[in-house]
Design a protein around this ligand. Structure first.
Ligand code: FES
Length: 238
């Protein structure tokens, strides 16, 4: 296996060629924040929260889609990196309900967690237009609150890459962009099989399990391995 040597935050590491800077940092015990990244899904570099400084590069590249190279010098927490992450978080919460106290995802929300870590308590961008989508709870299993969606696309990739269903995708453009089944129908009118993969990868309270509502927090439940009954292949999920 070809190996590559690089330096991350002053630590020299040797990792397999072809992996990303985010994965290399992980191996070195350095956590780089991420919202759109999930190790089981194709990286897309959408949220930019994982930006880092790399010597010789003028911009701050997204570490989840930047492949390591020999001699690379990476810094994951410089003032410029921290400021960029704070600005991204401020932009995200500018159009977010901020009803954290009653949110089903309280204590398990990655957006809230990173706001806490980066000291983002409010947004200078509040005051613009905000989404006001109706809560979708017409199906028996999944509650969709698109006001809390940060368009990371994890649910879309989970549906396509793990469940192999391709039920949902981005619809519309710009501020009106949202994740919907084909034709912008409610889930109950789509071919959704309610496998829950989209819910399990959602980093915010946009997708939650209806049957868990008000019954306890995610960490109070035991995760078990289950077999998807739908297409007959018998894929296992946690
Ligand atoms: Fe890298 Fe979102 S985690 S761009």
């Amino acid at each position: 296996m070809e190996l590559v040597k690089l330096t991350i935050d002053g630590k020299e590491v040797q990792v397999p060629a072809g992996i990303t800077v985010l994965e290399a940092a992980e191996r070195a015990g350095i956590h780089i924040p991420r919202l759109c990244h999930d190790p089981d899904l194709t990286p897309v570099g959408a949220c930019r929260l994982c930006v880092v400084e790399i010597e010789g590069m003028r911009n701050l590249p997204a570490s989840c889609v930047t492949v390591v190279s020999e001699g690379m010098v990476v810094r994951t927490a410089t003032p410029a990196v921290i400021e960029a992450r704070q600005t991204i978080l401020e932009l995200l919460i500018a159009n977010h309900p901020l009803d954290c106290l009653t949110c089903e995802k309280l204590g398990d929300c990655q957006l809230a967690e990173y706001c806490y870590r980066y000291g983002v308590t409010q947004s200078p961008f509040i005051g613009g237009e905000k989404h006001n989508y109706e809560l979708e709870e017409s199906n028996p299993f999944i509650i969709r609150d698109l006001n809390k969606c940060i368009l990371c696309g994890r649910c879309i990739r989970a549906c396509a890459e793990i469940t192999c269903k391709d039920i949902i995708d981005f619809s519309y453009r710009g501020f009106n962009t949202k994740v919907t089944p084909f034709g912008d129908t409610p889930l109950i009118e789509s071919d959704c099989v309610y496998c829950g993969n989209c819910v399990s990868v959602c980093p915010t309270g946009a997708l939650t399990e209806k049957q868990m509502r008000g019954r306890g927090r995610r960490w109070e439940y035991k995760r078990v391995r289950t077999t998807c009954p739908f297409c007959g292949t018998g894929c296992n999920f946690d």
